[in-house]
Design a protein around this ligand. Structure first.
Ligand SMILES: [Zn+2]
Length: 466
């Protein structure tokens, strides 16, 4: 015997053939019924007839395979109680439940046991199969959450029905999405430390300096409403709340290598806590990269970031800074005037020459024409004084850092806006955050991981014994 032959994975195999007779009998009956009841002429008539029966046919095949594999559990007469260990006689040999999955739907008739000693009711076959407590199994639940995080619930329901031929309710989609997303924490949607280090190593190989890792921080807005709002009647007043977002990525030449996006409706404090969690998990290895934090300088989160990453380079979003300069110049000289343009261009050139001091001096030397101009000019001076380090754009650019926060703005749009900003949609904060979590996971390539974790946890909960 060759080594290869011995190493081959051995399939489960055929244990009995009794299920085949049942399945083929069902198939024959179904074919007869379709031929009897359906008028088929054009291709769509045939495929529609098959599609309509598909779920039942595949369901019976699935059931056949289950019988083949787990026959003894269909015939079990006695079983030890999983809680107290007492030997229990089967209470109902054919307890019936519905099982719906992408691989078909069927009724499962299996032995049910009830322990009189401790009051526990159980079906050993359910546990062996790891069945979800809902008729809709985990593969369907996965699709429900996947579609709901992409489309409005009503459209998601329709998309499911149109593509699978099976039905689903909006309510169930809503619940499933909530169930899957509720348990997700920030680290669940992140790649692991090992994965991140591997990516860094791959980029570092071709480069003389350590790769630049950008941590972009930005806010966006989500339409929310008070939670809970009455189901009928007047809903609470809608309110725009801030989605705090972060995006962590590497720069490899002209390429952005995405690592982590995380966006949640919440506070600066919560975002700072999430950042701390990421850092503690080793996902921002400051010794392996040149870390740079970019944002618009919104005060509180900014200070926390510098506390968390004291060695990071700080860059203030270039467009944001330029907007400040424009506002002040326009207030003083009038919008679009040559004087305003000259002042802005000269200031930006100086910032690219690492000369913020002279920009500050220039703005200080202006004698304001109005109260508004005075406020705006003072604003610019304050802004530059507070962020002197972050506006050295020339130096930052030469170092290979990004000076604009376009990368997170596009994430804001893709992760938040396209799903949350729909006409008439005002979200509970918790639901909005659940959708955001799922979308972040998709964007970060960790969606499969969170679904896997959900299935494991839910199974553990369903079959956990006291
Ligand atoms: Zn018991």
């Amino acid at each position: 015997m060759t080594v290869q032959a011995t190493a081959r994975v051995i399939p489960i195999g055929i244990h009995d053939n009794a299920w085949r007779d049942d399945f083929f009998e069902f198939l024959n009956e179904t074919a007869d019924r379709i031929l009897r009841e359906t008028l088929m002429e054009k291709i769509e008539d045939f495929t529609r007839a098959v599609l309509d029966a598909k779920s039942d046919i595949l369901g019976q095949l699935t059931l056949g395979f289950i019988k083949n594999r787990h026959r003894p559990l269909f015939e079990q007469e006695y079983c030890d109680c999983p809680v107290c260990g007492k030997r229990v006689k089967c209470a109902n040999k054919e307890a019936k439940r519905k099982v719906e999955s992408l691989g078909g739907s069927f009724f499962l008739c299996r032995p049910y046991f009830h322990c009189k000693n401790c009051g526990t009711g159980f079906c050993p076959l359910d546990e062996a199969l790891g069945l979800a407590s809902s008729p809709k199994q985990y593969d369907i639940q996965d699709i429900e959450a996947w579609l709901s995080s992409e489309l409005p619930f009503k459209t998601a329901e329709e998309a499911y029905e149109r593509t699978t031929g099976n039905s689903l309710s909006t309510g169930h989609m809503h619940e499933t999405t909530k169930k899957i997303a509720d348990g997700i924490g920030i680290l669940d949607v992140c790649p692991t430390k090992t994965e991140i280090l591997q990516i860094i190593d791959d980029i570092a190989k071709n480069n003389f300096r350590r790769p630049v890792m950008m941590l972009a921080i930005d806010g966006a807005h989500a339409p929310t409403r008070p939670e809970p709002s009455p189901r009928k009647g007047k809903r609470g007043k809608g309110e725009w709340k801030e989605i705090k977002g972060l995006r962590l990525y590497l720069i490899d030449g002209n390429r952005i290598v995405h690592l982590i996006s995380w966006h949640q409706v919440g506070t600066d404090r919560e975002l700072a806590a999430d950042l701390r969690t990421i850092a503690k998990a080793g996902l921002i290895p400051e010794d392996r990269v040149r870390l740079c934090v970019i944002g618009d300088g919104a005060d509180r989160i900014w200070n926390r970031t510098s506390e968390l990453f004291p060695t990071a380079k700080i860059v203030l979003d270039f467009w944001h800074c330029s907007e400040h300069l424009h506002e002040a110049a326009n207030a003083q000289f009038g919008k679009g005037t040559p004087e305003a343009r000259t002042l802005v261009e000269a200031s930006l050139t100086r910032l690219f020459d690492n000369d913020p001091d002279n920009v500050i001096a220039e703005f200080r030397s202006i004698k304001p024409d109005s109260k508004t101009a005075e406020e705006k000019i003072n604003g610019v001076v304050r802004y530059l004084l507070n962020h002197e380090e972050g506006v050295n754009y020339g130096k930052a650019k030469r170092g290979g850092y990004h000076i604009g926060s376009g990368a997170i703005e596009s994430a804001n749009k893709f992760i938040g806006h396209v799903r949350l900003k729909r006409s008439g949609a005002w979200w509970y904060k918790s639901n909005a955050n659940n959708i955001l979590k799922l979308r972040c996971a998709k964007y970060n390539g960790t969606y499969e991981k969170i679904v896997k974790k959900f299935v494991e946890t839910d199974r553990e909960k369903t079959y956990r014994r006291a």
